[in-house]
Design a protein around this ligand. Sequence first.
Ligand code: 5GP
Length: 178
Amino acid sequence: MIKDDLKKILVSEEQIANRCKELGRQLDHDYADKHNVLFVGILKGSVPFMAELIKRVSIDIEIDFMAVSSYSGTESLGDIKIIKDLEQSIQGRDLILVEDIVDTGVTINSLKTLLYNKGANDVKVVTLLDKPSRRQVDIKADYIGFEVENEFVVGFGLDYNQRYRNLPYVGVLKEELY
Ligand code: 5GP
């Protein structure tokens, strides 16, 4: 069982579910006057968070996904590359980028610039996790689920070499597995 590979659980299923309800209420409030808001999930890490979050949003939204290059093992590759682009036009639209974690900030920083260049009216970021101690670019997510320490985390979408995304909570792997 993959759960046996964890040293500890950092964020439980219940905590994630409760926080998504709160974030949903907050987004309903902040976007009450907006129309046709597009939630953009960053593959693959955002999938469980996107699913949990959108159930808790009651305004009229659409969803789409993008894939960008990210981590191989535990090291950041630096800048991002688009592997899968959006299907919809984003011209003049309000976007909410849905991320699993903001670490160095390189990904959301590059994505925000790219989406504004493509004509988005507004781009906000909602992330399940935030690791502010590792920031390399001066950028903040607009909505944050949980802040984590400077540790490599897995689960609820987050992987280590493509594994552990299916854990229903967020945790830290035992050292001997790296
Ligand atoms: P950033 O561009 O902010 O450095 O990194 C964003 C991406 O790096 C995330 O979407 C995620 O895929 C990956 N990442 C950053 N920190 C972690 C971590 O602690 N665990 C895992 N599994 N991925 C991470």
